[in-house]
Design a binder for this molecule. Structure first.
Ligand SMILES: [Zn+2]
Ligand SMILES: [Zn+2]
Length: 256
């Protein structure tokens, strides 16, 4: 299993793109502006999308992806997410006002888009890859994902602040190799982070103190302009951990 980072910033500007992770060449986790780095052939190969939540920085490429490739594909793009997230997309995005409902285009029998609800703890198997929805704690309904293959597991938190349920889910994974987890704000902005339910270095350190395993830790969703300050505070708060900032273009591989 190969995960390619197409976008991992908490914003845009100077080559930064928002969250979009590609698993092998046919699955996306979130569809932020990072999706725009793919060429047309690569866009056409995307069969499945797993969304962590409905915030714009994680979904804004989805309507344009469907519009660009729909007619060129033999099957619908399947969007997997919590039912609450799919309800938001239906009501506020694919509502024929902001964007057409591609679940009915060109016809309801052969659409370009299909929704598939995935509850916390449920998994979707695609070949040897298993995508499991994990509980997190964000300001809107949100989940993280475990991507498991026989050789090991990777977890992506999506957007979250402190979450006992998420840490418990991580501790239940015996073969956790990589943890991609967000830290959006530096410690001085802890109030903003609390209100918007994101992590700041001290909160991440507190949650990771409960971790029973020692995966490689990759920090994502750093707010533009504050990347260095946040990473410096994280290294000070977590001197023992193997952690680094996730980078656009980076590839994480799990193979036997
Ligand atoms: Zn969010
Ligand atoms: Zn976000």
């Amino acid at each position: 299993m190969k995960l390619t980072v197409l976008g991992c910033s908490g914003g845009i500007g100077s080559g930064r793109h928002t969250t979009c992770l590609m698993v092998d060449d046919d699955v996306l986790i979130d569809v932020g502006t990072g999706v725009t780095t793919l060429d047309f052939d690569a866009l056409r190969r995307i069969d499945h999308v797993f969304l962590t939540h409905a915030h714009l920085d994680h979904i804004l490429g989805l309507p344009l992806l469907l519009d660009s490739v729909g007619e060129q594909r033999a099957s619908p793009v399947i969007v997997h997410a919590l039912p609450e997230v799919l309800a938001v997309l239906e009501k506020h995005l694919f509502n024929w006002q902001l964007w057409p409902d591609f679940r009915e285009i060109p016809s309801p029998d052969a659409p370009w888009l299909r929704f598939e609800a995935l509850q916390y703890g449920q998994a979707c198997e695609l070949g040897a890859r298993r995508f499991e929805s994990l509980p997190v704690n964000h300001v809107v309904p949100a989940c993280g994902y475990r991507v498991a293959v026989p050789a090991g597991s990777l977890v992506f938190s999506g957007d979250t602040t402190r979450s006992e349920a998420f840490v418990a889910a991580l501790n239940a994974i015996p073969d956790l190799r990589h943890l991609i987890i967000e830290t959006s704000f530096e410690n001085a902005l802890a109030d903003v982070a609390r209100a918007s339910r994101h992590h700041w270095p001290e909160s991440l350190a507190a949650d990771l103190a409960g971790l029973a395993c020692a995966p490689e830790i990759w920090i994502t969703h750093l707010k533009p302009g504050n990347e260095t300050a946040i990473m410096d505070e994280l290294r000070a708060a977590l001197p023992q951990s193997r952690l680094a900032a996730l980078a656009q273009g980076q590839v994480l591989e799990i193979s036997a």
